[in-house]
Every structure is written in structure tokens, then in C-alpha cells.
Write a protein that binds this ligand. Structure first.
Ligand SMILES: [Cu+2]
Length: 165
């Protein structure tokens, strides 16, 4: 009987955290989505520079859950080869490296931004008038989530993230 009681308590606790999670969806938008306590915000895709075909993707990812998870990969219909990269310092020189995944510790936020973690989307097919891009985030534990992300900065050359490729 004791075991059953514990299971019921566990279910109640799960229900509570589920309600906490619901609060995060109250300001849900195209670039804001969650899966089991993992919340993505500020998601955007930067299209390739003229004459190039590598797009970049940025977002902030927060694990509001109680358990660790890991972002394993990202897929998108605009590119068959979306890689997660990070910048690391190698003998005083910042270099881009592909990473196999990003750990998402409970309560922590990982920011994908120029000079840090970022998505590289190789051979991207992105028509000039395309305003949104779908990104599907695949996790070790949580269910995959597909975001519809704004295409940002079209025609602006302020970001040199792609220059290393
Ligand atoms: Cu890169």
C-alpha cells in the first residue's frame, strides 16, 4: 500500500509541475515553444549572405524541468545539414567546432548567439520572400518540438558568424 501511496504523490507532483509549465505557454508565440519544461525563446534564423548558402540559427533554451536533458540535434526543411556549433578558444584564437549536443541542466539557460553556440544550416534553401523557417529540436528525453522561427536581418550584413565557413 505504501508503494501505491508514493506513486499517487509522484503523480500529484507531476501534475503540479505541469501547471507551472502551462504558465510559460500563456505568452506563447511563433518563436516560443516548450516540451516537458524546456522552453525556447528568442528564436530566429539569419539567412545566408548573398552568394552563400549557409544560414545561421539562434535561440535561448531553458530547462524549467526537474531533470537534466540534452539537445541532440536540430532539423529543418530548409537544410539537410543543420549542425550545432560552439566557439572555443584554441591557443588564444576563437574557433568554431561542431558539437554532438548541448547539455540542458535543470534551471539553466543556454543562449545560442553569435560568438557562442549557434546553428549552422548548410546548403540552405530559403526563397527571398520567406519569412519563417521550421526548426525541429530533438532531445535525449523530451519529445521533439517544432518551432516556426522568424527569418531575421535579411539584407543586413552586421553578423559575420558565417565567415569561418
Ligand atoms: Cu558555425
Amino acid at each position: 500500500m505504501k508503494k501505491i501511496a508514493l506513486i499517487i504523490i509522484a503523480a500529484l507532483l507531476a501534475g503540479c509541475s505541469g501547471h507551472e509549465g502551462m504558465d510559460h505557454t500563456s505568452h506563447n508565440s511563433a518563436s516560443h515553444a516548450m516540451s516537458e519544461g524546456i522552453v525556447i525563446s528568442a528564436a530566429r534564423v539569419l539567412p545566408p549572405f548573398p552568394g552563400r548558402d549557409t544560414a545561421a540559427g539562434y535561440f535561448e533554451i531553458t530547462n524549467h524541468g526537474k531533470t537534466a536533458d540534452r539537445l541532440l540535434s536540430v532539423t529543418s526543411p530548409i537544410s539537410d545539414a543543420v549542425e550545432i556549433h560552439n566557439h572555443i578558444e584554441d591557443n588564444g584564437v576563437m574557433k568554431m567546432r561542431q558539437v554532438e549536443g548541448v547539455d540542458l541542466a535543470p534551471g539553466e539557460t543556454v543562449v545560442f548567439k553569435p560568438g557562442s553556440y549557434h546553428l549552422m544550416m548548410f546548403k540552405a534553401t530559403l526563397p527571398e520572400d520567406q519569412k519563417n523557417v521550421a526548426l525541429t529540436l530533438n532531445y535525449q528525453n523530451a519529445e521533439p518540438v517544432t518551432l516556426i522561427v522568424d527569418v531575421e536581418g535579411r539584407g543586413e550584413g552586421s553578423d559575420d558568424e558565417h565567415s569561418g565557413h
